[in-house]
Design a protein around this ligand. Structure first.
Ligand code: PLP
Length: 427
């Protein structure tokens, strides 16, 4: 009897320990059973992350060269951010904005100081911050510019990506993003990114704003043509149109400056931020703008239960301090320049082109030889995590904390895999 009880105890103990945790295949199978199939993830099941490294449930180590689309710019489990998270979690977390808390306004003051904006409105996800920008622009158009009610128009760029809400996909040019989700929100005019003549022609007396990503991320890290954003800004000023930039992905150091606009033009009238603002641990986003724009909001006109909660604000504040004090934008400029040069030096028939800025680089793949998806799966097998976009470009965006040696390690894997493919093609 005692032996039986002991055996039962051991089985019970082991079944709750790592020894009996599921395999990658089992987790993937479970995901197929219980999750809506709105993603097609790489077949890797991650369990742990530290700095630029990730480990799967079998303990295999990967170099993260994607950093959750820039959300993990500070690296996984950044010590300073985790400390701020723990300290604040023990003190105060969520109270809603029915009350003030002692974390939100100091964080927003810091964000305003860094961006040159006057005021900010905190939200959670990037899409919510984009929605906030749209509401601000429309209300400014109707209340300040004098556009007749419900007539405000917003100009956007083709191939944009601003998120997934019904209003945002209303101005997406991606069929995949829109199919079956209509009816769509009216009031948006789409012009080709980089074409100043098309944009000029699209402006009417009812245009309230132009909303652009300064660099189109999802479209394959497409940089704006020289002088484009400066000309757009000038055109906006001349026509009393708001110039709003979505820096959810490009902002907070990714491109080698704190904000991508600093490469190209003066500060915009409105700035949308997210991803890295959460320090890689929480969803935190914000819409910032000029005094005139932000004060169109009145009590009750907009909000979010979780937006601006004390925990999120403390984490975002620390995330901003880490970026500034540890010179992460400068690091991104230096290491990104090196990465770009090294990748451009690779002579492979698989590569059609390499482009980017800071630690944000797109590799265009010759899909006659291999699809971008197949290539990232090959890289994954060798311990490097990246992500394809539009099946022809591979996105390289490691945490900004990456070291030179870690970067070299990643570059070598890319070279090895490309060589392997080339050899196979030649055979
Ligand atoms: N805007 C841009 C430029 C983005 O890249 C994204 C997400 O990739 C979003 C908005 C939406 O952010 P979220 O996924 O947090 O809603």
């Amino acid at each position: 009897m005692r032996i039986l009880l002991k055996t039962l105890f051991i089985i019970l103990f082991l079944s709750h320990s790592e020894v009996f945790s599921k395999s990658s295949e089992e987790y993937i199978e479970l995901e197929h059973q219980v999750l809506a199939p709105n993603y097609n993830p790489l077949p890797v099941v991650l369990q742990r992350g530290k700095g630029v490294w990730l480990w799967d449930v079998e303990g295999k180590k990967y170099l993260d060269m994607m950093s959750a689309y820039s959300a993990v710019s500070h690296g996984h489990a950044n010590e300073r951010i985790l400390r701020a998270l723990r300290q604040q979690a023990n003190r105060l977390n969520v109270t809603s904005r029915a009350y003030c808390n002692d974390q939100l306004s100091p964080m927003m003051e810091k964000l305003c100081q860094l961006s040159g904006m006057d005021r900010g409105l905190p939200m959670n996800t990037g899409a919510e911050a984009v929605e906030t920008a749209i509401k601000a622009a429309r209300r400014w158009g109707h209340h300040v510019k004098g556009i007749p009610e419900n007539k405000a128009e917003i100009i956007v760029a083709k191939n944009n990506f601003h998120g997934r809400t019904t209003t945002i996909i209303s101005f997406s040019s991606s069929k995949k993003n829109r199919d079956g989700f209509g009816p769509f929100t009216p009031g948006f005019v789409s012009v080709p990114f980089g074409n100043i003549h098309a944009l000029r022609a699209a402006i009417t007396p009812n245009t309230a704003a132009v909303i652009l990503e300064p660099i189109q991320g999802e479209a394959g890290i497409q940089l704006p043509p020289k002088g484009y954003l400066k000309k757009v800004q000038k055109l906006c000023r001349k026509n009393n149109v708001l110039f709003i930039l979505d820096e959810v992905q490009s902002g907070l150091g990714r491109t080698g400056k704190m904000f991508a606009f600093q490469h190209y033009c003066q500060k915009p009238d409105g700035l949308i931020l997210g991803k890295a603002l959460g320090g890689g641990v929480l969803p935190v986003s914000a819409f910032l703008g000029t005094e005139e724009l932000m004060t169109v909001f009145t009590p009750g006109s907009h909000g979010s239960t979780f937006g601006g909660n004390a925990l999120a604000a403390a984490v975002a504040h620390e995330a901003l301090k880490v970026l500034e004090e540890e010179f992460l934008p400068e690091r991104s400029a230096k290491l990104g320049g090196y990465l770009l040069k090294e990748l451009q030096k690779i002579d492979s028939p698989v590569i059609k082109g390499v482009h980017g800025i800071g630690l944000w680089i797109g590799i265009d793949v010759n899909t006659d030889i291999i699809s971008a998806r197949e290539l990232i799966e090959r890289l994954m097998d060798r311990g490097l995590l990246t992500k394809e976009t539009h099946d022809k470009t591979i996105r390289i965006a490691p945490p900004l904390t990456i070291t030179h040696d870690e970067l070299d390690y990643g570059i070598q894997i890319i070279k090895d895999v490309l060589e392997e493919i080339e050899l196979q093609v030649m055979l």
